[in-house]
Design a protein around this ligand. Structure first.
Ligand SMILES: [Zn+2]
Length: 475
């Protein structure tokens, strides 16, 4: 007796043999995939007709900042630092646990509706230490596999000190951060589908002593270490100036690298640093859409893959303007074709692997998820293929990566539990969340002060140097 039986679908397994089956059935029992066969018969508590659909593993988003879900569209088309200092901080430094909760709910809704089943969030916004508690609780009840990185900021946020005034609560003391992080980890790591990791906001956001303390704590508790590394070129210049080392070289010299470590972005990794990542098993979370939006540059993904670096895909925060991982995968492929003047530089098959099995490996979930095969946990998607933009056929993988959109995901199953069925999210109340998100957004914009309010209300805001200036920013 199966709990769920999906019949007659096109199945992209993403197993090691790269098998794709037409008209296949998938049986799920006790949260796991218990059978993958053609003409599978047997009793089931629930039977899903999979004809006209593609079934494949759930998508893994290796890097998010869900606190930014409420502020997409505030300060845009600009580099990270001025955006962060001038537009982000005045708003998010006022964030309370109720705002944090609804931002997570909003992000969870979008993730589920576009096929993400596992993700890694970097949460360093401890304006109140209950923020991360609320957020983790949201993902736990939404039924997603959450890898929550407890973030640290003690010297700067995006390279700028916020030590006094209304934004002073963004930075915290070393000891309090370390104690809170350990306490959070002991309560949440391994609870249901949640995992915990630690990491500075970025290498410039914490001093060397706290960075060492974070690494020591992460290794002692045997959890992941995650931080933004070599994402923007200025941080590499800063590392060279301050430590006479490039960004990953600096982190490596402190012991950050390893098989449980993730470098977010890695756009400006040198050949030697790619070698360090490969040799130490350090993974890279590649966020092509956000990297493009922020003008960071193009990460050398084919070179990383050739060197044996584990690479997964991520959205990053508001700068990507989406949680749709199919958009991210398509962008990842297209970007490398352009950069390398080579249409094979990153293929649809590779993009899909980054999105599933490789992403699972980056988050240390390769035993549980990433492929649809017997014995794995049942994390899978049912995607509508009987539509004008997906149907025209040929091979399913390029149609999925290049033509399908996240909104084509009809049903999502995580750990054997249906969390969205026929486009309706079952674990969250969409209408209520949208209402509350609107209210929370409005309140945060007001708390953000006059400049934020003017910016939101400007019908067609002026651009240029004044838009990007950090003068007058909170300090
Ligand atoms: Zn980020």
């Amino acid at each position: 007796m199966f709990d769920i039986l999906i019949k007659d679908c096109c199945l992209i397994t993403m197993n090691k043999r790269n098998e794709i089956f037409d008209c296949c059935s998938v049986g799920i029992t006790g949260g796991k995939i218990s059978a993958v066969e053609k003409n599978l018969n047997g009793e089931a508590k629930k039977v899903i007709d999979g004809s006209g659909t593609i079934v494949l593993p759930g998508f893994v988003n290796c890097h998010t900042h869900v606190y930014q879900a409420l502020i997409e569209g505030v300060g845009y088309d600009m580099h990270f630092n001025p955006w962060n200092i001038r537009y982000l901080v005045p708003i998010i430094s006022r964030m309370r646990p109720d705002h944090a909760k609804v931002s997570a709910q909003l992000a969870a809704l979008e993730m589920i509706k576009t096929g993400t089943t596992a993700f890694c969030d970097h949460w360093y916004l401890h304006t109140d230490f209950n923020n991360i508690e609320e957020v983790t609780g949201v993902f736990d009840s939404a039924g997603l596999r959450a890898h929550m990185v407890f973030g640290f900021l003690n010297e700067s946020f995006a390279g700028r000190k916020h030590t006094s005034g209304s934004s002073g609560n963004v930075l915290k003391e070393d000891k309090e951060l370390l104690v809170r992080a350990e306490d959070y980890c002991r309560r949440w790591h391994g609870k249901n589908l949640t995992q915990v990791g630690f990491g500075p906001g970025s290498t410039e956001d914490v001093g060397i002593d706290l960075f060492r303390g974070i690494i020591e704590l992460g290794k002692r508790l045997d959890v992941s270490l995650v931080t933004h590394i070599a994402g923007w070129v200025e941080i590499v210049s800063r590392s060279l100036e301050k430590y006479q080392k490039r960004d990953l070289e600096y982190a490596h010299s402190l012991g950050f690298t390893g098989s449980k470590s993730i470098a977010i972005h890695g756009v400006w990794l040198s050949d030697d640093e790619i070698e360090i990542a490969a040799e130490t098993g350090t993974a890279v979370a590649h966020n092509p859409v956000a990297n493009m939006h922020l003008g960071y540059g193009i990460a050398r993904v084919p070179e990383m893959l050739k060197a044996g670096v584990k690479v997964g895909l991520g959205t990053d925060g508001a700068a990507s303007y989406t949680y749709d991982m199919l958009e991210v995968a398509k962008t990842a492929a297209m970007l490398q074709k352009v950069r390398n003047l080579d249409a094979e530089a990153l293929t649809a098959e590779t993009a899909l692997r980054l999105l599933t099995t490789s992403g699972a490996e980056v988050l240390g979930l390769e035993k549980e998820t990433g492929s649809v095969e017997t014995g794995k946990q049942a994390d899978l998607l049912i995607v509508d293929a009987d539509t004008p933009h997906v149907l025209p056929g040929g091979r399913p993988v390029p149609k999925l990566v290049y033509s399908a959109r996240g909104s084509d995901v009809r049903t999502s199953i995580v750990n054997g539990k249906i969390i969205m069925e026929d486009h309706k999210v079952l674990t969250l109340d969409e209408e209520k969340i949208l209402n509350e998100a609107n209210k929370a957004r409005e309140e945060l914009f007001t708390l953000g002060g006059d400049e934020t309010r003017k910016l939101i209300e400007a019908p067609w805001p002026a651009r240029g140097a004044s838009w990007r200036s950090t003068d007058g920013a909170l300090s």
